[in-house]
Design a protein around this ligand. Structure first.
Ligand code: FES
Length: 374
C-alpha cells in the first residue's frame, strides 16, 4: 500500500441535535437512535491526539454545533493546540454575546449556511419561521467581528431559479466568499434526490448567471468570490471524494465513531470509536480506514484507468448507495457498468416534486425510517 498521509483535516461532528430540518441534511437517516455524545474531556482528547498526529484544520459541525453548551471551551482548547478552527453553522442559536465569546476563545472562521434568498422558501426548507431573519442578523455580526464572511447556499431544484437573488443577497451582506454548492446526495438528500436534483436546463442557466455576476463583481472591483459547485450527477467522471479514502480527512461523529468521511457510517463495515481505541491506531491500523486506501481494492475499469490517481475511483459511499456494493466504481463515471443509474436520476429530475413532498430531517421521520428498517 502507498504511504499513509496525515489526517490534516479533522471534522468534529459535535452533535446530531439541530433546530432545523433541512431535507438535504447529510446526517444519517437513523440519527434519532444515536445518543451518547462525547463529553467535553473526550473531545479534548480527540483534539490533542489529532493535533499530535499532524491535524491542522478543525471544523466544528453537527447537527448544529451551537447547541453544545461547551462550544467556547472546545474552541479555546483547539485554538491553544494550534488548530485553525472553523465553525460551520446555520446561525440559529447564535447571538452577539456568543460571537464575542468565540472571538475571545480564538475561533478563526465562521461559515453560515442559508437555505434560500426568499424568506418563505428559506424558512420552509429550514422548518423554522425565524430562520431567514436570524441568518441575516448573524451574517452582519460575522462581519462586525471581522471574520471573513463565507456564506454557503445549498442549491437544489427549489431555489436554483432564484440564483440571481441569492447572489444579490450575498453582495448586500458583503460576503467575502459565497459557496453556491449544488446539493450532494448523501443522507437525507439522497432520500429526497428526485425532488432536489436540478434539471440540466436549470443548472446551465444558474452557471451562466453566476459567471455573469463574477464578471460584474470583478469589473466593479468587488472582491466577493463566487464558487459554483456542480453536482457530480451531471459529470462524466467522479469527484476525488475526500481526496482519497483515509488520505487527509478524519471525521469524528457525536458518539465518537471515527470515519474517513461524513457518510461512511452507512457502509456495511466496522468503524472504530475513539472511546475504545487510540486515534493513531484508528488512522493507521484499523480495517475501516485501510480498506479503500490506495488502489489495491480497485476493480476494473478503475484498476487500469489512467485517471485513477486523479479521482481515486470516486466516492465509496455513492457507489454503495447506488449499487449496494462500496467497492464498485463510482457510477458517476461513464466507464462504470452502473452509469445508467446516474442517467436515470437525471431523467427523474425532469419530473416535478413539490417542496412539501420532501421528507424533512427531523426526529419523527428518523424514527419512522428506523421502524421501517426493522
Ligand atoms: Fe464517503 Fe465519498 S462520501 S467516500
Amino acid at each position: 500500500m502507498s504511504e499513509v498521509g496525515l489526517p490534516l483535516w479533522l471534522l468534529a461532528e459535535l452533535t446530531y441535535r439541530c433546530p432545523l430540518q433541512c431535507p438535504y441534511c447529510s446526517n444519517p437517516l437513523e440519527f434519532a437512535s444515536m445518543q451518547n455524545e462525547l463529553t467535553t474531556e473526550q473531545w479534548f482528547d480527540v483534539f490533542k491526539e489529532a493535533r499530535e498526529m499532524g491535524a491542522v484544520q478543525l471544523g466544528f459541525s453537527g447537527g448544529e454545533p451551537l447547541v453544545r453548551q461547551d462550544l467556547p471551551e472546545l474552541i479555546e482548547y483547539a485554538h491553544k493546540l494550534g488548530f485553525y478552527t472553523n465553525l460551520i453553522t446555520s446561525g440559529l442559536g447564535f447571538n452577539e454575546e456568543k460571537i464575542a465569546q468565540f472571538k475571545q476563545a480564538g475561533l478563526d472562521h465562521i461559515q453560515v449556511s442559508f437555505q434560500a434568498s426568499d424568506p418563505v422558501i428559506n424558512d420552509m426548507l429550514a422548518g423554522s419561521k425565524r430562520a431567514f431573519e436570524k441568518k441575516n442578523e448573524i451574517a452582519r455580526l460575522v462581519k462586525k467581528y471581522e471574520y471573513p464572511m463565507v456564506l454557503n447556499f445549498v442549491i437544489h431544484r427549489h431555489n436554483i431559479d432564484q440564483i440571481e437573488d441569492i447572489i444579490q443577497l450575498c453582495i448586500e451582506l458583503e460576503a467575502d466568499q459565497v459557496e453556491l454548492a449544488i446539493c450532494q446526495f448523501y443522507g437525507w438528500a439522497y432520500l429526497n434526490r428526485q425532488g432536489l436534483l436540478p434539471t440540466k436546463e436549470q443548472l446551465v442557466r444558474a452557471e451562466r448567471i453566476t459567471n455573469e455576476y463574477r464578471k460584474k463583481l470583478s469589473d466593479a472591483g468587488n472582491p466577493c468570490k463566487l464558487i459554483f459547485v456542480v453536482p457530480d450527477y451531471y459529470e462524466e467522471r467522479p469527484k476525488a471524494c475526500m481526496n482519497g479514502w483515509g488520505s487527509i480527512f478524519l471525521t469524528i461523529t457525536p458518539d465518537g465513531t471515527a470515519l474517513p468521511c461524513h457518510a461512511a457510517r452507512q457502509l456495511p463495515m466496522n468503524f472504530p470509536n475513539v472511546k475504545d481505541e487510540k486515534l493513531s491506531d484508528i488512522w493507521y491500523r484499523s480495517t475501516g480506514f485501510n480498506h479503500f486506501r490506495g488502489d489495491a481494492w480497485m476493480p476494473e475499469p478503475c484498476k487500469s484507468c489512467p485517471e485513477k490517481k486523479k479521482d481515486f475511483g470516486g466516492c465509496r459511499c455513492q457507489a454503495f448507495m447506488l449499487t449496494g456494493d462500496a467497492s464498485q466504481p463510482d457510477p458517476v463515471c461513464s466507464k462504470s457498468d452502473h452509469h445508467h443509474l446516474i442517467l436515470k436520476a437525471r431523467e427523474e429530475s425532469e419530473r416535478e416534486l413539490a417542496l412539501h413532498e420532501l421528507t424533512f430531517r427531523n426526529k419523527k421521520n428518523s424514527k419512522l425510517i428506523l421502524v421501517s428498517k426493522g
